[in-house]
Design a protein around this ligand. Structure first.
Ligand SMILES: Nc1ncnc2c1ncn2[C@@H]1O[C@H](COP(=O)(O)OP(=O)(O)OP(=O)(O)O)[C@@H](O)[C@H]1O
Ligand SMILES: [Mg+2]
Length: 234
């Protein structure tokens, strides 16, 4: 289980997160939704110790991370797919996914790359194409496949739908929900696309100017339309 307890996050002197707490149970699928600049990426980076200065606790499987470095957190079973996806341009899709071997926990073997590609319909025809020749949607699929190949207990995705065509967004929702179900991996998804977030998760937090302003399941959000109008610009 991931437990974030009252974290404050700072870039230099400016405080971005204010006493943010959240939980993702083992195998749970949870969204964090909020507008541009609300602090979603800062939250994921804080969990990974990858940028901001963080106060408060990040507890993973009962142990506080403290000052543990990012790559060690990855090896503890958390995978982050960042906003910019970080696809290697000069190696193939297959090779991009195979890189995940470096993030595997001690004693575990990564998922078989070819088997994994079979499960992503969009990846099959492009497995030998260089990363630099992929569309945005294809890059996102590769980034998700690469993350899941390391067999994480928790996959964190930072706005995977950004810039993608609606038909690709639908395919991605199916693939992500399916892959989490099949592997038992938990999901912490930061998104602005509410439709997509709803397809992939059971529960959500709404973040606004670095503070959690709502927490509950999607039915509870439906029952409080003012939350959507006030914080989510819909
Ligand atoms: N490296 C940085 N240095 C200083 N301030 C930053 C840095 N990165 C982000 N910020 C600021 O922190 C705030 C939160 O940004 P963050 O990227 O976490 O938001 P976000 O919810 O991910 O937004 P988006 O949906 O646009 O990706 C913003 O005001 C942003 O300008
Ligand atoms: Mg962001």
């Amino acid at each position: 289980m991931l437990k974030v307890e009252k974290i404050d996050a700072f870039y230099g002197d400016s405080q971005i997160l204010h006493s943010v707490s959240l939980e993702v149970e083992d195998g749970g699928r949870v969204a964090v939704v909020g507008r541009n600049g609300a602090g979603k990426s800062t939250l994921l980076k804080s969990i990974m110790n990858a940028g901001p200065t963080v106060k408060g606790k990040v507890i993973w499987k009962g142990t506080e991370f403290g000052s543990m470095q990012t790559f060690r957190r990855v090896r503890e079973g958390i995978a982050l797919v960042p906003e910019d996806r970080r696809i290697y341009r000069h190696v193939t899709v297959r090779e991009n996914i195979a890189m995940s071997a470096y993030g595997v926990r001690k004693g575990e073997t990564p998922l078989d790359v070819d088997e994994l590609i079979e499960r992503f319909p969009m990846l099959k025809p492009i497995r030998d194409r260089p990363g630099g020749q992929l569309s945005g949607g294809q890059q996102q699929m590769v980034a998700v496949a690469r993350a899941i190949a390391a067999r994480p207990s928790l996959m964190m995705l930072d706005e995977p739908t950004e810039g993608l065509a609606p038909v690709i967004v639908e395919q991605l929702a199916k693939d992500i929900a399916g892959i989490c179900r099949d592997t038992g991996a938990g999901l912490l998804l930061c998104e602005q696309n509410l439709w997509f977030a709803r397809q992939c998760t059971d529960r959500l937090y709404v973040i606004d100017t670095g503070r959690i302003v709502f927490e509950g399941d999607w039915a509870k959000l439906d029952a409080q339309p003012e939350i959507k109008t006030r914080y989510l610009a819909v």
